[in-house]
Write a protein that binds this ligand. Structure first.
Ligand code: RFL
Ligand code: PHB
Length: 391
């Protein structure tokens, strides 16, 4: 089989890239190692920046998002038994964020690709990428008991942090920047109405907690936990008790416990591989970089990457010019590093570190106090949170 761009991974990055290429008249084929049901049910991110929403709407895959997405005009920070609102309307000239599950974005994009004749191979095993140091790279895989080969002009590695593409690049060709954190998040999805109208980030001496949602009936909540935490130690009652303890304030406010539908542990990591290209293999999304989830940026960064990559491919096929492809990594990395800094900063400010001295703890509270009391500091948080315009 032959195509113009072979895409590994049917997550948000791979699907959106394929969609944008299709709109530009460029052919692509996607190879995904999981089943369609699995990918569409995987609960992950939930916060879409304005730029991500605008891109989905402008390219015709935003109808359900417009109907079901929850538009938020601010977030809250909770510490020292008080909640403080960061007002995006006032601080960012009316920019907003939208709560809409990543799996819903994936469903909408998958439906759209398949409806316009796009080809996605699900449940592909033994996926390998070959010859990407030359002009005719190949992807091979097995589906069922059949071996497949896709010959392409380019490969897009959109296969996430644990995928094969980045790992196939020769050692030494990439520079890796990495930081791990001494904690993880225990995340739950619960059938209960959100306890507040907006997302609440809680800093507490027992550890960080986050209140988010997916719909008026579904809450998404997280607790800071040990990186090697055993879920068996967290029966439902303990989770609700801990959430309550970490979000307690002096005002009356009720946490509404309900049936827990899903539980999982998410590691916290900062990671960048540079450059985001090797020969005719381009890395996008989590395959190239990871941010800790405290800034709600991973999905948005993946979307920003593929917006740049699709424009570069479309330009190449329309005019034969490859200067946009040559600048892909440099253009993306400018945004990537801004977002790395913001995600690291939010993570450092809001979590409890076991290594903290008494000085560190007071300094962290002073920083939170500064962020909520200075317009300049709130605005710095707000403009990063709603996201910078897509290039
Ligand atoms: P994905 O979504 O990991 O998709 C990669 C796809 O590639 C497939 N794959 C392979 N396919 C073929 N062959 C192989 N060898 C393969 N190996 C893997 C995988 O099955 C998968 O389908 O990467 P992509 O597209 O770059 O998207 C990135 C986002 O998924 C990620 O950054 C976000 O989920 C991060 N994130 C958040 N981002 C936000 O912008 N806002 C948020 O609110 C937010 N919250 C979160 C998050 C991530 C979380 N977890 C679980 C990591 C909250 C959590 C808890
Ligand atoms: C979520 O709703 O899953 C969510 C919200 C904010 C974050 C991370 C995750 O920072």
């Amino acid at each position: 089989m032959r195509t113009q761009v072979g895409i590994v991974g049917a997550g948000p990055a791979g699907l959106m890239l394929s969609h944008l290429l299709h709109l530009g008249g460029v052919e692509s084929v996607i190879v995904e190692n999981r089943s369609r049901e699995y990918v569409e049910r995987r609960v992950r991110a939930g916060v879409l920046e304005q730029g991500t929403v605008d891109l989905l709407v402008a390219t015709g895959v935003g109808q359900r998002l417009k109907r079901q997405g929850l538009v938020h005009h601010g977030i809250e920070l909770c510490f020292a038994r008080r909640r403080h609102r960061i007002n995006f309307d006032e601080l960012t000239n009316g920019r907003t964020i939208t709560i809409y599950g990543q799996n819903e974005v994936v469903k909408d994009l998958t439906d759209s690709r398949l409806a316009s004749g796009g080809q996605i191979f699900f449940e592909a095993s033994n996926v390998r990428v070959w010859d990407f140091d030359g002009p005719r790279p190949r992807i091979t895989f097995v589906q069922g008991d059949k071996e497949h080969e896709i010959v392409c002009d380019f490969i897009a590695g959109c296969d996430g942090f644990h995928g094969v593409c980045r790992k196939s690049i020769p050692q030494g060709a990439l520079t890796i920047y990495e930081q791990t954190y001494p904690f993880a998040w225990l995340g739950i999805l619960a059938r209960t109405p959100p306890s507040a109208n907006e997302i609440i980030y809680c800093h507490h001496e027992r550890g960080f907690a986050l209140h988010s949602m997916r719909s008026p009936e579904l809450s998404r909540l997280y607790l800071q936990c040990a990186p090697d935490e055993d879920l068996a130690n967290w029966p439902d009652e303990r989770i609700w008790e801990e959430l309550k303890a970490r979000s307690q304030t002096d005002e009356t406010w009720e946490l509404r416990p309900g049936p827990i539908l899903q539980k999982g542990i998410t590691e916290m990591r900062s990671f960048v591989a540079e450059p985001m290209r090797y020969g005719s293999l381009f890395l996008a999304g989590d395959a190239a970089h990871i941010v800790p989830a405290t800034g709600a940026k991973g999905l948005n960064l993946a979307m920003a990457d593929v917006a740049v990559l699709a424009r570069a491919f479309n330009e190449y096929y329309r005019t034969g010019r490859h200067d946009l492809l040559d600048r892909y990594s440099e253009v993306c990395l400018r945004r990537v590093w801004k977002v790395q800094r913001f995600s690291w900063w939010m993570t450092s400010m809001l979590h409890r570190f076991d290594s903290d001295t008494a000085f560190d703890r007071r300094r962290r509270l002073a920083e939170l106090e500064y962020v909520v009391s200075s317009r300049a500091a709130s605005q710095a948080l707000a403009e990063n949170y709603v996201g910078f315009p897509f290039e």
